[in-house]
Design a protein around this ligand. Structure first.
Ligand SMILES: [Zn+2]
Length: 216
């Protein structure tokens, strides 16, 4: 049995370790709160989206540092310039996509880029300034497959509160055969029965393809 001196030593070490753990906990909690203040979008695993891993630190207007600050009229924290007071908004970005169809089949491509390299999806990409969503969808289709499409209607809009993107997907007729492009490892046409469900790129890829099947 240890003598009283050893017990005191153990207690001292225990309390030191407990204090250290408490400090670590405090730091972690504080870090989490700060991150949640600054970057509202987490993915389904609870980690912050890669889009917000490098948030802006400086004001695009005057170059001064940005800080998280509660904005009364909006009743939430925003990134606010410490010099000119400009509010820097972090909002979801619009992704435009097309499901190109021809005689009951659709064209999909296998991604040659990250994220989700090697998985199947339909042409889609971020909307640019100076174009409509429809134009963005057609442009992305041409860039990724080098094929022309005629949009026939809106399929659906896909969003999740934790996602930094809003996906807008159109149905379209394929006006030409795809040639492919640098963002596609390969491409192929699929019937509803042959869609590679377990090798799709994103949750909204699957959701849109299920909507396409329901629309038939
Ligand atoms: Zn500024």
């Amino acid at each position: 049995m240890p003598d009283i001196k050893d017990l005191d030593g153990l207690k001292a070490r225990d309390s030191g370790a407990t204090l250290l753990l408490s400090l670590v906990d405090l730091l972690l909690i504080r870090t989490t709160v700060m991150l949640e203040d600054l970057y509202p979008c987490k993915n389904r695993t609870g980690r912050y989206s890669p889009m917000y891993n490098s948030p802006p630190r400086f004001c695009p207007g005057c170059g001064s540092p940005l800080a998280s600050q509660y904005v009364d009229v909006e009743e939430r924290d925003r990134l606010v310039c410490t010099a000119c007071g400009e509010i820097h908004y972090i909002n979801p970005k619009v992704v435009a996509g097309v499901i190109p169809a021809t005689t009951g089949r659709i064209w999909l491509l296998r991604r040659a880029i990250q994220p989700r390299y090697g998985t199947w999806t339909f042409p889609a990409g971020f909307m640019e300034m100076g174009e409509t969503v429809e134009q963005a969808a057609q442009r992305e289709t041409f860039e990724e497959l080098h094929m022309d499409v005629r949009i026939t209607g809106l399929l659906n809009i896909y969003s999740r509160s934790e996602s930094p993107t809003v996906l807008i997907v159109y149905l379209a007729d394929a006006l030409s055969e795809p040639i492919g492009g640098s963002e596609a490892l390969e491409f192929a046409s699929f019937s509803p029965e042959t869609i590679p469900w377990n090798r799709l790129a994103f949750w909204n890829t699957e959701a849109a393809l299920r909507d396409w099947i329901r629309s038939l």
